[in-house]
Design a protein around this ligand. Structure first.
Ligand code: FES
Length: 973
């Protein structure tokens, strides 16, 4: 009976279809098997909503509906929207407003909105948010989605809408006097979406395509739900891989018997530690050589966290693979577990890595994987001479990335018996290098393809499934597909490091003269990224105020919890949270104006960053000084936009159940890893004067393909549509370190700019021949033409045809590499307005405003999307998100029903203002924007809570229980 199939007849997108479905099969599985790939898998319990389709016109979660129960029904998927190549107004509006980032949630969001507009052509903003509320999005702050639905509704009502764009303003000399467009003051307290505001200094050189709100070049296919993600592919003969994970947080595998699983019909391979060579590695996708320790093997005889790898299976169907996992008999010797990093460091704690073949653990007996120490100046002397000393301890939680597309990988052998790895990764080139020794193939026999990615946020800067999937393909010689369940994302992927952050600060005459930071980083069961995340935390946490005497001591500690790894913010957000709250506390205690206290201390243009040489990223860094910053302007603009000072005055006289608070934090980040990150780009001219841009850079939904194409178009005098981007495929695109460390705009952009300049030289050189001009520097390249001083011109298409077929024949093409000795910090001011319910402890955030200096803004819509998305993730980090475990290491909330990430209806007003600078080392003056956006929300909300209640909250997340008990403690004190 288990495999019995029945026919159901459905009207799908107005066409009658008969599908053969299993008795218990969900509509989601049936639709995807029938190639409706716009319907996505995102969770196991119907919480995420990315599988939403319309069933008889109503949105339903197709994973919760059995296919046999809807026989005769009418189904609409995203493939059914739009007619004759024309997009539905919702699809166009989602594209234009920047509501599509990775696009994984887009089909479900558009269908949910369609159901609303079919019933209600003129919905209120709250009704729109409610309609989107059932579909989680982790990339955006839902701001542009709400705007998209409003615009589409207006168009469907027959109203005229103007093209969607940002707002521009010139930066006046007296910044404090700036008059912003009225909407940005939010005097009505609403949360309607505002377009981003870009404020530009007069001296900034103008550009043609840069700075324009170009629609993301991949938006159309994402708006149509085209099969562009890793899993939207079915290969003939493909097997389904599955991973058996540990139920114990710490155990030795005495024996494992897979004979019953292997005997199950339909099973093609079962692999355990007995079947795979023991090759040590570190799973973090980082540059060669990755930092020690190499403390993992593909499959081990010891497990160190619930969810650790035990065995893998490949079978004809996912159901058979699951059944096979159940038949594997594992004899565990359960060992004591430790989940608290401070306890893990004590004498007598369970030793998590007692294996003899891991090198590079600092103190395995005390589970200390790294001990970091760095110092400049004379900290003790400066403390002794300080007028005041202050101390503060802050705690930040283990947060899950929750990209809506899970880890997924398909491996197969091509016609030359080379292994192809099609995978949802941020680091295709690192994956190729890292996987080779694990599977015993040389790099030349491996090709890694990165299709569109449904979000990553650092969790896909990691070797997670690729080695396992490849082992199964090599064992079976068949294509194999592996995908994590949502539970496995929580138990078996990576997360943010939980940190304990202890600062000591010396202040003399209003200046921070010395600071020490002791940091404990909980790296979980394995150490990948442990060194670098915590080093970055120390560097940023001690450089924002850059005292000349600074000391960083850090212990990175193993615990029996799922490994931590890379997550947007990468240590910097944790440590900047600590320093920002402590700076507020100091100003409060000394009776200083907090903004002016911070202003007189923050890092300024021309200052050397004192710890930049000692604290590189996993290795020695380089001396760096800051060359551009608009932090002061960002703060001043934000103070005006929020009416900060007068609200703070008003809040002093509050005495009610609901208390209002406003807070502010300043933050900095980096742009790539100085002296290490390298990217390359290739540009090639086609017969019609268009160009292929081949890049190894990895667009995760951020819009990096678009902004890199804008850079090429800017140099080449062409519209964006003339640049055809291909990214990334290790066989066809040049090396790029991948998408992490906020490096793509700055480093990959540098490579694109160089390649485009080289192409420009070649074009002018050829045009010189065609126009019979002696000096190519007299020629101008613009509007798809080269123009001579006398007005004669040749088009790029003519140059292409001439260079390929007629005169001095050659291919106009160039490859350029780029790296930078610097990592210029973007800076930002984050503002938060909240209401605290003093009875329940619940915090309602009413407005988040970030004013950002990210250098030149290449695309205001995609950049604002990054900031909104970062603030949304930070909001979860601040208020609700924390991976919890019991004392034995069992996860308590490994699903999206219990682990709460922000939904559309819960979002505050989210506003973004850019104050541009012209970073001398950046391509066209650009720095980075991806990570700084996440850094400031937590300290700004801490500041707002104190403004509202007078209480300092030092442990995240600020759950109602924590806030309530802090308020009660304060009352009793
Ligand atoms: Fe919504 Fe990525 S755009 S999950």
């Amino acid at each position: 009976m288990e495999n019995a199939k029945v026919d159901v007849t459905l009207t799908i997108n107005n066409k009658l279809r008969t599908l053969s479905v299993g008795l218990g099969e969900s509509l989601l599985v049936a639709l995807r098997r029938a190639s409706y790939f716009s319907v996505k898998y995102g969770c196991d319990d119907g919480t995420c909503g990315v599988c939403t389709v319309l069933l008889n016109g109503k949105p339903v979660r197709s994973c919760k509906v059995k296919a046999i129960d809807v026989d005769g029904a009418e189904i609409t998927t995203l493939e059914g929207l739009g007619r004759n190549g024309e997009l539905h107004p919702l699809q166009s509006a989602f594209m234009e407003t920047g509501a599509i980032q990775c696009g994984y949630c887009t089909p479900a969001q558009i269908l949910s909105a369609k159901a609303l507009l079919d019933q209600n052509p003129d919905p209120t903003e709250d009704e729109i948010r409610k309609s989107l509320n059932g579909v989680l999005c982790r990339c955006t702050g839902y701001v542009r989605g709400v705007e998209a639905v409003k615009r589409a509704a207006a168009i469907l009502r027959g109203e005229k809408v103007s093209p969607y764009t940002h707002v521009e303003q010139t930066l006046p000399d007296e910044v404090e006097q700036i008059e912003l467009p009225e909407a940005f003051y939010r005097r009505d307290g609403g949360r309607n979406p505002l377009p981003p505001l870009v404020i530009t200094p007069r001296a900034m050189p103008p550009t043609r395509i840069l700075g324009k709100p170009e629609v993301k070049i991949d938006a159309r296919k994402l708006a149509q739900g085209r099969p562009v993600f890793t899993d939207d592919l079915h290969l003939d003969g493909m097997l389904y891989g599955a991973l058996l994970t540990s139920p114990h947080a710490h155990a030795r595998i005495r024996n494992i018997d897979a004979s019953r699983a292997r005997a199950l019909p339909g099973v093609h391979a079962v692999l355990t530690y007995k079947d795979i060579p023991r090759v040590k590695y570190a799973s973090g996708g980082q540059s060669y050589p990755q930092p020690l320790p190499y403390d993992q093997v593909s499959l081990d005889d010891k497990v160190r966290h619930v969810g650790d790898r035990v065995a893998i299976v490949a079978a004809e169907t996912p159901e058979i693979a699951q059944r096979a996992l159940e038949l594997i008999e594992v004899d565990y010797e359960v060992l004591p577990a430790v989940v608290d990093p401070e306890r893990a460091m004590q004498d007598g704690a369970p030793v998590i890595h007692d294996e003899p073949d891991t090198e590079g653990i600092y103190d395995a007996q005390h589970n200390v994987v790294h001990h970091i120490a760095a110092e400049v100046g004379d900290v003790e002397q400066a403390f002794a001479e300080a007028d005041h000393l202050f101390e503060g301890e802050y705690r930040t939680p283990k947060q899950q990335q929750v990209h809506l597309e899970p880890h997924v990988c398909i491996t197969y052998l091509d016609e030359d018996d080379r292994l192809v790895i099609r995978t949802s990764t941020q680091v295709p080139f690192h994956i190729r290098r890292m996987v080779a020794p694990l599977i015993g193939l040389p790099v030349r026999r491996i090709r890694v393809i990165k299709p569109r990615i449904g979000g990553g946020f650092g969790n896909k800067q990691e070797l997670i499934l690729e080695d396992l999937c490849a082992h199964l393909t090599l064992a079976t010689m068949r294509p194999v597909r592996m995908v994590y369940s949502r539970t496995q994302e929580f138990t078996s992927s990576r997360s943010r490091h939980a940190n304990i952050i202890r600062y000591r600060i010396g202040v003399k005459e209003g200046k921070v003269t010395a600071a020490s930071l002791y940091l404990i980083g909980d790296t979980g069961a394995y150490g990948a990224h442990g060194l670098t995340v915590n080093m970055v935390g120390g560097f940023k946490g001690l450089t924002l105020y850059n005292p000349p005497n600074a000391r960083f001591i850090c212990d990175v500690v193993y615990t029996n919890t799922p490994p931590a790894g890379a997550f947007r913010g990468y240590g910097a957000m944790q440590c900047q949270y600590g320093i920002e709250v402590l700076m507020e506390e100091i100003a409060d205690k000394l009776g200083l104006d907090v903004v002016e206290f911070k202003r007189s201390n923050w890092l300024k243009i021309g200052e050397p960053m004192h710890l930049s040489k000692q604290l590189g990223e996993g290795r020695e860094g380089v001396e760096q000084a800051i060359q551009s910053s608009a932090l002061a302007q960002c703060v001043d603009v934000g103070l005006r936009a929020t009416d900060f000072k007068s609200k703070r005055r008003q809040h002093r006289s509050q005495n009610a159940r609901y208390l209002h608070g406003i807070g502010m934090a300043v933050v900095m980040h980096g742009s790539g890893i100085a002296n290490l990150d390298m990217a390359a780009a290739t540009l090639k001219m086609n017969d019609d004067g268009s160009f292929n841009l081949l890049i190894g850079a990895t667009d995760l939904g951020t819009g990096s393909d678009t902004i890199l194409a804008q850079m090429a178009a800017e140099v080449l005098g062409i519209p964006l549509e003339d640049v055809i981007v291909y990214s990334s495929d290790t066989d066809f695109t040049p090396f790029d370190k991948g998408a992490y460390a906020s490096s793509t705009t700055y480093i990959s952009g540098g490579a694109v700019r160089k390649a485009a300049l080289r192409i420009k030289d070649q074009i002018l050189e050829h045009a010189k021949l065609m126009l019979d001009i002696s000096d190519p520097s007299d020629l101008v390249l613009e509007n798809r033409k080269v123009i001579a001083p006398d007005g004669r011109s040749v088009t790029l298409a003519e140059i292409a045809l001439s260079s390929l077929h007629q005169q001095n024949q050659h291919q106009i093409m160039a490859t350029a590499s780029h790296m930078s000795p610097l990592s210029p910090p973007p800076t930002a001011a984050q503002f938060a307005e909240i209401v605290v319910d003093t009875q329940t402890g619940r915090i309602s955030v009413e407005r988040l405003l970030m004013v950002v200096d990210c250098g030149r803004v290449i695309n205001p819509i995609t950049a604002a999307g990054q900031v909104e998305g970062g603030m949304a993730q930070a909001l979860g980090f601040t208020l609700t998100e924390e991976m919890l475990f019991d004392q034995e290491g069992h996860p308590l909330n490994p699903n999206l029903a219990k682990y709460h990430i922000p939904r559309a209806a819960e979002m505050p007003a989210m506003d973004v203002i850019f104050v541009q600078t012209d970073e001398p080392s950046g391509p066209f003056g650009a720095k980075s924007v991806a990570e700084i956006s996440i850094d400031g929300v937590a300290p700004a909300i801490a500041s707002a809570i104190h403004d509202a209640t007078g209480v300092w909250m030092r442990e995240l997340p600020y759950t109602p229980e924590r806030v309530k008990s802090a308020l009660q403690r304060a009352k009793m004190a």
